[in-house]
Ligand binder design. Sequence first.
Ligand code: G4P
Length: 523
Amino acid sequence: MPIVDERPRRTFAVISHPDAGKSTLTEALALHAEALHEAGAVHGKGNRKATVSDWMEMEKARGISITSAALQFEYDGHVVNLVDTPGHADFSEDTYRVLSAVDSAVMLVDAAKGLEPQTLKLFQVCAHRGIPVVTVINKWDRPGLDPFELMDGIEQQIGLRPTPLTWPVGVAGDFHGVLDRRTGELVSYTRTAGGATRAPEERIPAGRAADVVGELWDEACEGHELLSADGADHDQAAYLAGKTTPVLFASALLNFGVSHILRVLIDLAPGPGPGQGVDGRSREVDDDFSAFVFKVQSGMDAAHRDRLAYARVCSGVFERGMAVTHAATGRPFSTKYAQVVFGRERSSVEQAFPGDIVGLVNANALRVGDTIYAGTSIEYPPIESFAPEHFATATVADAGRWKQFRKGIDQLDQEGVVQVLRSELRGEHAPVLAAVGPMQFEVVAARMESEYRAPVRLEPLGFTVARGVDPDQADEVAALRDVEVLARRDGTRLALFPDRWRAEAIERLHPHLRLAQLPASGR
Ligand code: G4P
């Protein structure tokens, strides 16, 4: 008898520049929430050594169910799925793809630094995908910028209108609490040793606030009024439309303002909505089961050397053992033996609902962007590949390992670790690897050596810009000076240029050439 889980879902990701406090915030959010014990979730057990990530450590410490792709917890009758965006080391296209699995994002900004390059890039992806963004100004317990300056920075650099939901009481470095602009109350924060537990916070009516924080209250009220006069009040429709970003002030380290972030996600962030197939048909969340794969990973744990596909449930109910169809091939995909992954241990989850992330084991046929479904057919549009900006040729270091080299490169291409570009000119032996971030090359080099025992030599190429080329014009474009044309696995032809100026000059000089801009990774 299927258990129907009525708890609404909130599926989101935190986007931030390294060091803004993403790990600290993730841990703080989990502290405020309840581990999921229901819905058939079985927590990973055992003490086998495995790849250690912060989240896995947290899982051990707190018994919270964590896949290596998503942290799931309950808060106030809701199930919250916090989808992990890869951290510093392998920041890449992977991050962009992960954002296709969420309904909203939290943009974490360091109060002292304002918007930083990686945050900007990730924000552009959210904007491109129409993902609503809540902004959290973190580290308010440390000296930082003026709050109005931060608001101006957001508006000018990303064009989103900030609509603060809270306003700090006390400058950065002197954090007493916030004025809750929705209720007019003072939320006062008290430091605990190291912020190790839920920080005591007290809601104090406006009339008594000045007794607690003195003239700082008047300053906060002044700020609040200035914002209102400027029209910077929350507007739910504008937030959902990606025109405004509600802002909160917090200190993840001291646990200040963290419960407020959860409250805002529950109250304002969108839950899963209907999806649309390539043929334009829409699929409501309560239709038959469907999900799409946003991440494929292999060799995560030395004890389980197979491929894992992470899929986001888009509609219906996933039940372990159900027969589903793999839309790309039309073949059945059996989930009978497939398990769901929690942390580094594999255990089963009997059911999953729209917004949830399931990890499918032994999913060798599944690729990033693929759809699986039950009942009425559906195929979701492929996840766009972003314009690569870094290029290098790959050759096998030891000619005796050529077969393994070819297999490894193909596999990494399929997983989407890098894009592999080929041309007759370069031949099979020296494919060009194309990446959005240079770290992708390091991942390729490390995995080729450890998993395929086929160390590679990577030679950077002097290109930084790629444009799509009409196959009919490929030869003409390839004959131009400084330009090279290669093909991607999906057949798309890409023309590579040394820089934007050269690409634009060619577009001007040869207006009949159809050079398509690829989705930018944001700049
Ligand atoms: P990341 O995942 O975004 O890269 O950031 P992470 O959470 O690792 O935080 C980066 C640094 O910033 C850490 O300090 C962390 O303690 C600190 N930090 C995070 N949130 C806050 C905050 O609200 N206030 C203050 N004052 N600091 C914060 P670290 O010295 O690099 O590491 P650690 O030795 O403290 O762990």
